[in-house]
Design a protein around this ligand. Structure first.
Ligand SMILES: [Fe+2]
Ligand SMILES: [Fe+2]
Length: 474
């Protein structure tokens, strides 16, 4: 009984990554024996369904799917959102929210533990829903690099017990009790009241970006040679993809919970924006190539680390130490992810410099688009572009600036020693190297011109539905 009680004690607070024994980290993410066996014994009957004649069936069925399957999705405006169902501090005000929470807890007190266990199980299953798929074809270089990834990439994941969780950061009614929770919520709202609207828009934009995780998990699962072919594959690449997604999942959760408790955000509008963004997907060039894909994610992880790091700094300046801690914790996760992807691409530069530098030039020529560039709240200023306006607010608030884009390009060129590449480059590879190395200078000139143009433009004021249509200057 005592042992059972122990199992249910609150999770320990997160420890510092530097304090971890690296081998403990590696063993915590060892492949599951059962899974490996399942893969080795795999019946390959299903492979014949990947033959072109079988796949053609789906091409032929596409117009039918357009007419018969797509209409079964609900339009976002008609779909329910979490905030339609549960008390919302922004709508009810502090006292109304506390009263509604007390009523909710009084009703929840009648739910038997067995039912509660079922609810938690269902929630965990819902949270894990992601897209998988696609035919098996392996790129040899990634097969050969698998033991290297096991030793050098997987240890950059944190073991679950040492990782922070949203409930470490924000008030938890189960731990604090009713009065303690209400007091902690009031303190949170008092601190959040000091956050300027422009900063709030940046936080919501960052949260919307993080919440579209189902799209991002499907991205590396599209990369040939590394994707998770079964959904529980034991390869180092597949375990990395799942471990990385699991760490990312906390980012949207914690920002969502903070913004909800702050009572300053129109949650229904924000939820609808997330709903639409996941429906729309994302734009990414060369989406199936692991060379191009890993370059994209290395860039993106650094970009998100900069953006969350800056929101942490601003939160501290505005007197919200809890929000600063939330954003800082996310930024440090992103930094570890950046280290992992930068390391993978660095290895590609070592084993195949020509392929790597050409992929880098290809991505840079098309610019790295932001993963949430298709965001839409369904009602933004006519003719306006919500993402462009959010990006303009982020630029002005110093959360993510055009100069950060150039900074990332410069940093990656240095990390991957692109200027030093010599032997092993084809003519095409040399041209790619020259193009990439000249890029920071070119971007700086474009930046100066854009800066000059924007200095001459009159300031405009744009309302954001996320903050109840209050205007923010751009
Ligand atoms: Fe993230
Ligand atoms: Fe990340």
């Amino acid at each position: 009984m005592a042992a059972d009680m122990n199992k249910c004690s609150p999770a320990p607070p997160p420890a510092d990554i530097a304090a971890h024994d690296r081998s403990a980290v590696a063993s915590a993410i060892k492949p599951n024996k059962k899974k490996q066996q399942h893969e080795e014994e795999g019946d390959e009957e299903w492979l014949r369904y990947l033959e072109p004649s079988k796949l053609e069936v789906f091409d032929e069925l596409e117009p039918w799917a357009e007419a018969n399957v797509l209409p079964l999705l609900k339009p976002v405006e008609a779909a329910w959102q979490p905030s339609d169902m549960l008390p919302d501090p922004a709508m009810l005000g502090a006292d109304g929210f506390h009263a509604a929470c007390s009523e909710l807890r009084a009703r929840a007190a009648g739910i038997p533990d067995a039912h509660l266990v079922c609810l938690v199980g269902n929630m965990v299953t819902e949270e894990a829903l992601v897209s998988h798929a696609y035919p098996p074809s392996k790129l040899e270089v990634f097969d050969q690099l698998e033991p290297w990834a096991e030793a050098n990439v997987l240890p950059l994941l944190k073991p679950v017990d040492a990782a922070w969780q949203p409930s470490d950061m924000l008030p938890d009614p189960a731990m604090l009790g009713s009065d303690g929770f209400h007091a902690a919520c009031s303190e949170l709202r008092a601190r959040a009241a000091g956050i300027p609207d422009a900063h709030l828009v940046c936080l919501v934009g960052n949260m919307v970006t993080e919440e579209a995780l189902p799209t991002y998990q499907s991205i590396p699962n599209r990369f040939e040679g590394v994707r998770d072919l079964t959904g529980d594959s034991a390869t180092a690449w597949a375990r990395w993809i799942r471990g990385w997604s699991a760490e990312e999942n906390r980012h949207g959760d914690v920002l969502n919970r903070y913004l909800f408790l702050s009572g300053r955000v129109d949650m229904r509008r924000v939820e609808g924006t997330v709903h639409r963004l996941i429906q729309s997907g994302m734009v990414m060039n060369a989406a199936r190539s692991p060379y191009h894909g890993f370059i994209y994610v290395a860039f993106q992880e650094r970009a998100t680390s900069i953006s969350h790091g800056n929101t942490a700094r601003l939160a501290r300046e505005h007197g919200d130490a809890v929000l600063a801690r939330v954003c800082g914790a996310i930024a440090s996760d992103e930094k570890r992810h950046e280290a992992a992807y930068t390391r993978v691409v660095g290895k590609l530069f070592e084993v195949d410099p020509d392929g790597a530098v050409r992929a880098l030039a290809y991505m840079m020529r098309r610019r790295i688009t932001m993963p949430a560039s298709l965001m839409d709240d369904g009602c933004h200023t006519p003719g306006g572009d919500l993402f462009a306006d959010y990006a303009a607010v982020a630029q002005q608030a110093g959360v993510y600036r055009a100069s950060d884009y150039r900074g990332i390009v410069e940093h990656l060129i240095k990390q991957w020693r692109v200027e030093e590449l010599g032997d092993g480059l084809t003519g095409e590879g040399r041209r790619a190297q020259e193009y990439v190395c000249a890029l920071p200078h070119k971007i700086r000139r474009l930046e100066e011109r854009a800066h000059h143009r924007s200095a001459q433009r009159p300031t405009k004021s744009v309302p954001f539905s996320w903050i109840f249509c209050r205007p923010v200057n751009l």
